[in-house]
Ligand binder design. Structure first.
Ligand SMILES: Nc1ncnc2c1ncn2[C@@H]1O[C@H](COP(=O)(O)OP(=O)(O)OP(=O)(O)O)[C@@H](O)[C@H]1O
Ligand SMILES: [Mg+2]
Length: 436
């Protein structure tokens, strides 16, 4: 149940309870007031009739006048009854425009009172009866209660409307905050909230902005750090490659020359050994060349990304002839030199992981342009991600993620259990990145 529903529901419940309590109090008041009003009127009337009767009531005309004086009264009725119990004449209370409903009358009706006054007229023995009639009083109370109830109802409805408006207003700020949090969790650290509304919300927005600002700073400095690390790594690899090339290369060449000289010997055994040494040296030379390519793939980019990827595939296909390699590299990709370098590293690590950790029959490399950048994917059918074996450095995938993040791209490792692994990188359009 949402917070809004809970709070508004609780307030509505309280208001309904208050309404019920108020209505009960109104009914109790009305009941007490009706009783007082009707009984007071009755006692007053009885007193006055008794006073009249003390005088000389010599004929029925006077008695009829007494009864008629009660005509249209609100609380008391009078009747003249003869000795046979027949009503000779009786008064009626005033006409009721809006009588109280039965249930309300039942709730507040006062106890009935009556009095019988014997009249000593020798030729017309009779009695004068007075009795309470609360209908008029109850109709009046009903009117008051309805008015008071409607007033309370209007107040409750107004209070509910004001509270729900205030709540909706407050929730709007919370929704802004929620959207901002979501944005930040997606890495959009430039998101800021407008500090408006109640001071509490303005403070919340200030706090959020401060947090997003700090995250933006951290993210910038992280990115710079990653770039520096990548650069240092590049330089280190380049240094190792240079050393390998400069230190080992000449000696291998010298060995090859010496072995060639031995091959020309007249001694058959020396000739045979010379040939074996020359074959071994040529093999080492080929290995060193491959290692140099691995260490300095960027240099291969001088012939373009497609050529560099073809080289990588050749490197592995020579060693794993049973694996089928497929490649598709789109033309005119929106990548700058760093983007191409990153794409090549992804392919390099993807190929190496697939042959080392999976048991694939097919490895597919696809680099394709997209409206907002370039999608690089390396996919194998080697059975899915394996548990990492102890002793492996496991720096490959995290390193790729850092590289891609340094370019503001996205990197995903998709595990397709039973099928294989797919590395996907979305590298932003170089024009977007250059503007940023
Ligand atoms: N194509 C794949 N098929 C099966 N498992 C894989 C594949 N790629 C990665 N893995 C699993 O994920 C782990 C992490 O890969 P990662 O490239 O980060 O490290 P590594 O290859 O073990 O070491 P490094 O790349 O640092 O030499 C691997 O050890 C392996 O268990
Ligand atoms: Mg690896």
């Amino acid at each position: 149940m949402s917070l809004q529903t809970r709070v508004l529901g609780s307030i509505a419940l309280l208001l309904v309870l208050a309404l019920l309590g108020g209505s009960a109090a109104l009914v109790l008041n009305a009941r007490a007031a009706a009783q007082t009003e009707v009984h007071t009127a009755f006692h007053g009337a009885a007193e006055s009739v008794r006073d009249t009767m003390k005088g000389n009531v010599a004929h029925t005309v006077t008695l009829r006048e007494v009864v008629a004086s009660f005509e249209g009264q609100r609380h008391v009725r009078a009747a003249l009854v003869n000795e046979d119990g027949r009503v000779i004449v009786q008064s009626q209370i005033a006409q009721l425009d809006n009588p109280a409903p039965g249930w309300f009358a039942w709730l507040i009706e006062p106890a009935p009172l009556s009095i019988t006054i014997p009249i000593n007229l020798p030729q017309f023995p009779c009695v004068l009866q007075l009795l309470t009639d609360p209908r008029s009083e109850m109709a009046q109370s009903w009117g008051h209660v309805v008015t008071a109830f409607l007033t309370m109802l209007a107040f409750c409805a107004g209070a509910m409307a004001v509270v729900s408006l205030a709540f909706r207003h407050a929730l709007r700020h919370l929704k802004d905050l929620q959207a901002g949090m979501l944005d930040v969790s997606r890495g959009h650290y430039q998101t800021r909230l407008e500090a408006r509304g109640a001071p509490e919300f303005a403070e919340l927005a200030d706090g959020f902005n401060h947090m997003a600002g700090r995250l933006e700073q951290f993210s910038d400095s992280n990115r710079r750090l990653e770039q520096q690390i990548n650069q240092v790594q590049e330089e280190e690899r380049a240094g190792i490659a240079r050393d390998l090339h400069d230190e080992v290369g000449p000696y291998l060449f010298a060995l090859q020359v010496d072995a060639s000289a031995l091959v020309k010997s007249t001694e058959p055994e020396t000739r045979g050994r010379g040939q074996a040494i020359r074959d071994a040296v040529m093999h080492i030379q080929q290995q060193v060349k491959d290692i140099l390519r691995q260490l300095r793939p960027a240099s291969e980019l001088e012939f373009g990304l497609e050529a560099a990827i073809a080289d990588q595939i050749l490197f592995w296909s020579r060693r794993y002839p049973a694996i089928r390699f497929e490649r598709s590299v789109g033309s005119d990709l929106a990548l700058d030199r760093r983007g191409e370098d990153t794409a090549l590293r992804i392919v390099q690590e993807g190929l190496s992981n697939a042959v080392r950790h999976g048991n694939p029959g097919l490895i597919r490399v696809v680099i394709a342009g997209q409206p907002d950048g370039v999608r690089v994917s390396v996919e194998d059918d080697g059975g899915g991600l394996k548990q990492s074996a102890a002793g492996l450095s496991q720096m490959g995938l995290p390193g790729l993620e850092e590289r891609v993040r340094a370019l503001d791209g996205r990197f995903i490792v998709e595990d397709l259990p039973g099928k294989g692994v797919r590395l996907v990188a979305l590298l932003p359009d170089r024009r977007v990145r250059e503007v940023a």
